[in-house]
Design a protein. Structure first.
Length: 389
């Protein structure tokens, strides 16, 4: 089988993250221009996450039946066209509708893109390649946070949406030109009843549940931070464009974590790396709490802690995703879709609840939520390692 271009796969899988990180710096501007509440503003991310979750549940099985490449192209087209139309939004209702459509299209890129890796590599090598992909992916949010902040501040948030459409359109061209089909044995049929049965069997799989909980909690923490960190940095006197630059350091930590994982993960084992990463993430949240409690205000100290948090995610996310996908031998596309649905679905829900309960005004609310999510991921990672032994 022809090995896929890892850099292209990284961009494909990063498409949903681009849809989040370019928009995140613009949230305060959207709130002011459309004259909406904090909770309504958060829906720009939350509904995107919700349909990103729903779309993955559908995209995974359809890619098992019709192939990886057609579903990827269809998803990228939906993503691109809805982003361009969203540029003309004059109400929050219309913007939210198009963000839902955009999330649905992005779901195919996220779910099916990851499945291509499992199609082409065995379990250990797949974890290594997934780590490479996530390391390359981490560069993209850095650029998007900075680029998104500058676009929003100097041109307005509508240009952020236009950038999303342009990026995905260019990606479609590269997929048509470079990407090869990687699915060898297509499923004979697909039906909602069959999909339900496949997902039912996956949920019964204890290893799939544990790996999925681990990766869902860790990614949810990052997704939630994209919703509440703009307000915390704003309280510290940071502008929209400056926020993009400061928070982009989180992705630099993610790069370092994935590089370390790529070098030592196969020796230590993905189960142990998951546990190490989850414990490390809880430690970074306690550092955020201490930083706030001591009144150390200013973007530098908070950003440095975010770097450490990104590093902890680099230890955990690639390994836990690979473990979840490979827990199923026959339905890797469905496993990737269901796992991804939990990742972004919980991330969107967590982000909304944090803002709903006052996270936009009180950073301690945000930290409490991060502690809860991190603790859950530690427990699930511990049981993964216990089941292995």
């Amino acid at each position: 089988m022809i090995k896929p271009n890892i850099n292209l796969l990284a961009v494909i899988v990063a498409i949903p993250v681009i849809g989040m990180t370019i928009i995140s710096p613009a949230l305060t501007l959207i709130k002011d221009e459309l004259n909406i509440s904090f909770s309504d503003t958060q829906l720009v991310l939350t509904l995107y996450f919700l349909f990103l979750a729903i779309g993955q549940i559908i995209a995974g099985p359809f890619s098992d039946r019709y192939g990886r490449k057609p579903i990827l192209l269809l998803g990228a087209f939906i993503y691109s066209s809805s982003a361009f139309v969203a540029c003309f939004s004059n109400s929050i209702e219309f913007l939210l509708l198009l963000r839902c459509i955009q999330g649905f299209g992005a779901a195919a890129c996220l779910s099916v893109g990851r499945t291509v890796v499992s199609d082409c590599f065995e379990r250990t090598e797949a974890a290594k390649q997934m780590s490479k992909i996530t390391a390359v992916m981490a560069i993209i949010p850095i650029l998007c946070f900075i680029f998104g902040g500058l676009l929003a501040e100097f041109f307005g948030w509508r240009y952020n949406l236009a950038a999303l459409g342009s990026i995905s359109f260019i990606l479609i061209i590269f997929m048509l030109w470079v990407l090869e089909e990687t699915l060898i044995n297509k499923a004979e049929t697909i039906s909602f009843l069959n999909m339900f049965q496949v997902y039912k069997n996956l949920i019964k799989n204890s290893l799939f549940r544990l790996f999925t909980i681990t990766t869902a909690m860790q990614t949810s923490m990052f997704f939630a931070m994209n919703g509440f960190m703009p307000y915390e940095f704003s309280r510290q006197g940071v502008s929209v464009s400056e926020f993009g630059m400061w928070f982009s350091l989180t992705s630099m930590g993610y790069i370092v974590g994935n590089i370390i994982n790529g070098k030592f993960g196969s020796k230590i084992g993905l189960e142990k790396m998951c546990l190490i990463g989850t414990i490390f993430s809880l430690f970074t949240v306690f550092l955020m709490f201490l930083n706030t409690y001591l009144g150390i205000y200013g973007p530098l100290s908070l950003s440095l802690i975010c770097v450490l948090f990104g590093c902890s995610n680099g230890f955990t996310v690639a390994n836990s995703m690979t473990g979840a996908i490979n827990s199923s031998k026959l339905n890797k596309g469905a496993a990737s879709g269901l796992m991804g649905a939990f990742q972004v679905g919980l991330g969107g829900l967590a982000g909304f609840l944090i803002i709903y309960f006052g996270g936009a005004e009180d950073f301690y609310v945000c930290l409490l939520a991060l502690i809860i999510m991190s603790s859950i991921s530690i427990i699930s990672a511990f049981f993964i390692l216990a089941n292995k032994d």
